[in-house]
Design a protein around this ligand. Structure first.
Ligand code: GDP
Ligand code: MG
Length: 822
């Protein structure tokens, strides 16, 4: 390795190189010869074992980029400041504790990466680096800069850092989220933890209750835990998901009750996996004095350990107090180890935070002006600092604040809301027994006022207006465009599927595009939210229920139907025209994607089921698109049969038949063989033998059939063109003359020829022909049986057979394409 390094240095010296690459060279110190390379502009030294940089570095006066990340550096020489041309200095992932103030003299510095070090402080002189556009100090926990604070410019970061140096305090606050099904004892656990009492008649929690629990931290400091006790009702999942935050401690509670299943455990673990980031999760089995049941700890760790930070399993009884000493200790340990708990915040941030919390608890809604006023009183006057702080308080769960400029709600103007008020308001609407009993999901604004005494609370708006707006933002309701006083709240819809005449979800009518989403867990509230998003696509007399909806998209009708048990959403699109069906699917998929995105990294797969093979595994949608891009016409799917790719993607146009079989009745047996094979490939043939209706006039019937088909196969067999056949061709030609879009496909079958065509249809000779003169397929069985003893002659035959088979396949592709393309 040493030789390689020397060689490179020699080479660079001889060639006056401006760049040298000494990455991953196991260097423990820099060779002296390196400092003779005065032309050097780029020096790459990442992934070595350097513990120091000698002062001689100053000799490299032309250096622009110095990459030193992933070494063992503890400090830098003060001479580094003499590198006046230095623009990029990467020191990430070293062990640096202090920086020399002289670094500020490297005045050309534009990018400085100090992430992943042990920095204890930042020298104030670095404020002089005015050219700096990028400064990364992430992963230096001793600096006490909260990860939640995002800075637009290095100067902002430095200003913030130096302001907290003057006056700061540890945040000492974390969120503890109690989740799980209703009635398992979440509220009772919160009571036991906070005041060590038990109420055998604990009432149902409506929405969310937030309590403050002051606990002593490990090293004696005070820690405030904001305990969020969620009502476990399924109906609230739609709002709860917005409050499941990262950097919180989760208590997931189940009850040791007999007959309890772990289904909900799975659901909540998935939800925490989606929203909780790497928050510590503690699983609690409550009501243990009643009966004993334990967690399948190993299984849970295997299934979720890589996605969820499972910190412990506890067994408690709120009734007897059993298990609470250990549980409480674990919560405090986990909470005080959360990185942001140790973060230092300027002292005035604390007074803004507490004033805001007080205000929100009194008035529920605070306008932006009020907030800015509070900031000013506390000497936070810079606009971007005010907004940054507000986002931080939102992340901490002190207030709710929405600042998306595209958000079409008045919430933009009135940004600060009390989370408890919002959820209990939403809860009361979603749980109102009168609304639920109706089952039609409709609420008029006057009905709403009968639930909540309405009062004007902010900038001329009533509380109910805010409630409606926040529900619309959470995609929980929408107002009908022609009657803005009427709201639809799909969560209030009945679960009963109305009679929509589409058959069972597994039925796959041929005229539809079929599509599915398969979820690890289909979140509750997904379909209601889709209904809200797609409210402009509802049919004139709308059809919807709690887990499904019929939409009108691109002139097609689309049925969306969720199956929570299977974790599948079925989508079926019916329409006359295949490209519009495809567009309709795209529109629906876009809406699903938008809903999916709000669920974080939701695990979902897009699939297409195979008609006629309900038990065969559905096909990956992306795979089908790939086949389509490669111009693959048909594909044989595992455990099913051969399908036309475009039919799976586009569905089949609304017709009963695809191909009119025009043949000589004397070739009937051979044609029957051909028709049987077409059927296997999903082509529906009209064949006079089978499809003529007794009593109808032949010529009328044939005319209708030709009208219905998109293509006509003119079969040329051993017996030449028959009398009726010529007449049928004539009908088709007439229809074409009248403008019908129809393919005429000459098909040669074994024994047939193009030689003696009647003069009227001589034109067939000039057309592309589907040639089955060697048969419709090849049977291999006799060849496979020859086994190892096959003679060279037989092997040759086998090769020829393969060639023949692929030729025949090409003819099939040609036929299928002709029918599709028209
Ligand atoms: P939550 O809906 O999950 O908040 O559950 P609650 O805390 O409201 O408790 C539901 C019911 O179970 C109440 O009647 C409680 O008194 C009761 N309960 C809670 N914990 C225990 C326990 O450990 N043992 C027994 N026997 N009952 C409990
Ligand atoms: Mg409760």
């Amino acid at each position: 390795m040493q030789d390689k390094v020397n060689e490179r240095i020699e080479y660079a010296a001889a060639n006056h190189s401006c760049s040298i690459d000494l990455r991953c060279c196991e260097l423990e110190r820099l060779p002296v010869a390196l400092f003779q390379l005065e032309h050097l502009e780029h020096l790459f030294l990442r992934n070595n074992c350097l513990t120091s940089i000698p002062p001689a570095i100053a000799k490299l006066k032309n250096l622009k980029c110095l990459h030193l990340h992933a070494n063992q550096l503890v400090q830098l020489p003060k001479e580094i400041g003499q590198l006046k041309r230095l623009e990029i200095l990467n020191l990430a992932n070293n062990q640096i504790r202090r920086l020399p103030s002289s670094l500020a003299q490297a005045s050309g510095l534009r990018q400085l990466d100090l992430s992943g070090n042990q920095l204890e402080e930042i020298p104030e002189a670095l404020k002089q680096l005015t050219m700096l556009t990028r400064l990364n100090v992430d992963g230096n926990s001793a600096l006490g800069i909260p990860l939640e604070l995002k800075f637009d410019a290095p100067s902002q970061l430095l200003d913030y850092y130096f302001s907290i140096q003057q006056q700061n305090k540890m945040l000492g606050e974390a969120k503890l989220l109690l989740v799980g099904q209703g009635e398992v004892g979440k509220t009772s656990i919160a009571n036991r933890l906070m005041s060590d009492h038990f109420n055998p008649n604990e009432g149902k929690t409506n929405g969310i209750e937030i309590h403050q629990w002051m606990v002593g931290e490990r090293d004696g400091a005070q820690l405030r835990l904001n305990v969020w006790d969620f009502g476990g009702q399924e109906i609230m999942h739609a709002t709860h998901q917005f409050f499941l935050t990262k950097r919180s401690v989760y208590l997931l509670v189940v009850a040791a009750r007999a007959g309890e299943r772990d289904g909900n455990l799975h659901y909540w673990l998935e939800m925490i996996g989606l929203y909780g980031g790497d928050s510590p999760v503690i699983l609690v089995m409550n009501k243990c004095e009643e009966t004993y049941r334990d967690f399948d700890e190993n299984r849970i760790r295997i299934d979720y350990g890589n996605r969820i930070n499972i910190c412990g399993f506890h067994y408690t009884s709120c009734k007897t107090g059993e298990g609470f000493f250990e549980l409480s200790k674990q919560i405090v340990n986990n909470a005080s180890s959360l990185s942001h708990v140790q973060d230092l915040l300027p002292i005035n941030y604390f007074s803004i935070k507490s004033t805001l919390e007080e205000e929100a608890s009194i008035s529920d809604i605070i306008s932006e002006d009020q907030y800015i006023e509070i900031c000013k009183l506390n000497k936070v006057t810079d606009r971007s600092e005010q907004m940054r702080l507000l986002r931080f308080l939102h992340d901490l769960g002190c207030v709710l604040h929405y600042d998306d400029p595209d958000q079409n709600f008045a919430l933009r103007d009135t940004r600060i809301l009390n989370p408890e008020w919002i959820t209990s308001g939403v809860y009361q609407i979603l749980n109102n027994p009168d609304f639920l009993r109706k089952g039609d999901g409709l609420i008029s604004k006057s009905e709403l006022s009968s639930v909540f005494a309405d009062d004007e609370c902010n900038s001329g708006k009533s509380r109910n207006d805010f409630l409606v707006e926040i529900m619309a933002m959470y995609e929980l309701c929408f107002a009908f465009p022609n009657n803005t006083n009427m709201l639809l709240v799909p969560e209030l819809l009945s679960s009963k599927e109305p009679d929509i005449g589409w058959g069972k979800p597994g039925d796959l009518p041929r005229s539809t595009v079929n599509f599915r989403y398969h979820y690890a867990v289909l979140p509750h509230g997904m379909i209601p939210r889709l209904i809200v998003r797609c409210n402009h696509l509802l049919t004139t007399s709308p059809t919807y229920w709690k887990s499904g909806v019929v939409l009108e998209v691109e002139g097609c009708r689309a049925l969306v139907r969720g199956d929570h048990r299977q974790g599948v959403v079925h989508i079926q699109i019916q329409g006359e025209n295949k490209s519009r069906r495809r567009e309709a699917l795209a529109v629906i998929r876009n809406n699903f994607s938008a809903v999916h995105q709000t669920y974080g990294d939701l695990r979902v797969e897009a699939k297409v089921p195979l008609p006629r093979h309900p038990l065969a595994p559905p096909v990956d949608y992306e795979f089908l698109l790939e086949l389509e891009r490669n111009n693959t016409i048909t594909h044989h799917f595992e455990k099913a049969s051969v399908y036309s790719v475009s039919r799976l993607l586009d569905g089949v146009d609304v017709r009963r038949y695809d191909l009119f079989m025009c043949y000589n009745n004397e070739d009937k047996d051979a044609v029957a063989g051909l028709v049987a094979r077409m059927k296997q490939r999903g082509i529906r043939c009209w064949i006079d033998d089978a499809d003529l209706t007794p009593g109808r006039e032949w010529i009328v019937e044939v005319g209708d059939a030709i009208t219905e088909c998109s293509a006509m196969a003119i079969v040329m067999g051993p017996n030449g063109i028959g009398k009726w056949q010529s007449q049928e061709i004539q009908v088709a030609l007439n229809q074409k003359l009248e403008g019908k879009d129809m393919a005429i496909i000459p098909v040669l079958i074994p024994g047939g020829s193009l030689r003696s065509l009647p003069s009227k249809i001589e034109f067939l000779r000039t057309m592309s022909i589907v040639n089955f003169e060697h048969g419709f397929d090849i049977i291999y069985s006799s060849l496979h049986e020859t086994g190892d003893d096959a003679t060279s002659d037989q092997i040759k035959t086998s090769k020829q057979m393969d060639e023949m088979a692929s030729k025949i396949q090409l003819e099939w592709d040609k036929l299928l394409r002709a029918i599709e393309v028209k």
